[in-house]
Write a protein that binds this ligand. Sequence first.
Ligand code: BDR
Ligand code: CA
Length: 313
Amino acid sequence: MPAQKIIIDTDPGQDDAVAILLALASPEDVEVLGLTAVAGNVPLDLTAKNARIICELAGKVDVPVYAGCDRPLGRDLVTAEHVHGKTGLDGPDLPDPTMPLADGHAVDFIIDTLRSEPAGTVTLCPLGPLTNIATALQNAPDIAERVQQIVLMGGAYFEVGNITPAAEFNIYVDPEAADIVFKSGIEIVVMPLDVTHKALVTQSRNDAFRNLGTPAGIAVAQMTDFFERFDKEKYGSSGAPLHDPCVTAYLIKPELFSGRHINVEIETGSTLTLGMTVADWWRVTDRPANALFIGDLDADGFFDLLTERLARL
Ligand code: BDR
Ligand code: CA
């Protein structure tokens, strides 16, 4: 099978970084057409910088990195320095990037790419708030039917919220954007907290990254060391959840994951539950399914894949 063409839309973030490294290390499975940065974990200038730091860490300086939207569609930006640190990539000491940003706006890159590649051959992989993707769909509604699928990290049902009691961060930051995406009619695969909280970097899994002895392996271990303090404290779990790498791992080995085709709608009105992904897991409504909502993964298989691929960089 030829490699799947993908655009990674991202707000790095240590777990975004690992997701991107996994994709860049897997050219037989995925061809990364470009990275599009969005404001999320940290403001846009930092996410656009971090995306380039990661490309350079992977030795893939030819991957174009575009800067996109610097704020949600209709709200003030909420960031997550309390999780990711001031830079968004706290942990390793990585050099500032020397590769420039690509010319043009991320939203235009998404639109132009979808229009120029054969219809149904490009998958979008959002790892942050959905502002860039929703803006592209608003500006160019014709692209919706050209997208192969969207595989995104966001939302939660059984795990409920991590930024409010009801909402997961990526959806909460720009619920109007998420609403547009979930109503777009595009085939969507969702990696909610329900599955990402099962992708925990235990000590031995992190040692496996570190023991690769490569700059990428060591940097991933240091990133995890940094952001796991937050999750361990919050959840009492045995390590940090690697949220975003679930997206790129799914593209490489979908058999590691299982879920249900269900209806998922986004709460945009209530202040109490703003950004909640109302997932009809038990199929108690007759609302049509619009997403494959993932609930489980083979965690050992997932970490074996990650370690094996990171070793290539
Ligand atoms: C999501 O929010 C961000 O902090 C992470 O990078 C991930 O995309 C998890 O809720
Ligand atoms: Ca992210």
